[in-house]
Design a protein around this ligand. Sequence first.
Ligand SMILES: [Zn+2]
Length: 295
Amino acid sequence: MNCIHCGSAQSIIRKGFYTRPSDGKRFQRYYCKICKKRFSERVWAINYRYRKRRICQQVFRSLAKGVSQRTCAFLLDVTRATIARRVVRFGEICEQNLNVYRQTRNLAHQVMFDELETFVHTKCKPLTVPIAVEAGTRKVLALGVGSIAAKGKLAEISRKKYGPRKCERRQLLNQLLKDLQACTHKKTVFHTDKSQHYSKPIKYLFPMATHKTTKGRRGCVVGQGELKRGGHDPLFSLNHTYAMFRDNLKTLSRRTWCTVKKVENFRSLLFIYAWLHNQWVEKGPKRNKIFLTRL
Ligand SMILES: [Zn+2]
């Protein structure tokens, strides 16, 4: 264990106990020999210093199952700020968990990735959400979110109203592929659609990998662009996962008035869902065993 104040390893010793006043439970306390500071084992708990400790798992499940933050606050009879604070912390925990997961899992041999598009407040301010999925298991391996410029008819309106918009696509794709290096084989097969942005960074960061492209097809149901019409879909694992993201994150569902307000918080929600999703596709019917814990 590392010290939470100075980060030094093997410098902490056990020193006494802390009794929680609300229920009388005892917790181990620690002392750091280097920075001479103290803390208890509670710092690693997901509900550290929260007064409403019991609602944490319900908040995690609700947010990752298509409930908006406001509705979540209403259902649990708490204020919106209570939920908003949890979104930030849970997002951080889930991001760290995904990091640990990448470093400890077996190497993936077949990876699919693409970008999902959504927006902040208005379609004039679009966002891109690159997500990488392992083919077959449908596990989310890496994801990111960033702004892109509006295109088509909206491009001019967007520039007039909100000024020039930064395009973070290239930077995000590079980061996504760098993250993937930890959990994929050198000779991984990458499956993507025919977007022109993908081949260069793949060649640069995975010189030995194969890159297969598939032509995009039309959606099968109006408003569900993710599920493709007709026969076998070579990018099924990817498109199915995207459909699940759209269904289970309230801000991503189509024709919604629950739009993204802050990119940072949306990023947290994406990681929260990704973490639940990875457990969901692994545990299948044992759905009551899905919890938020720190890895
Ligand atoms: Zn220390």
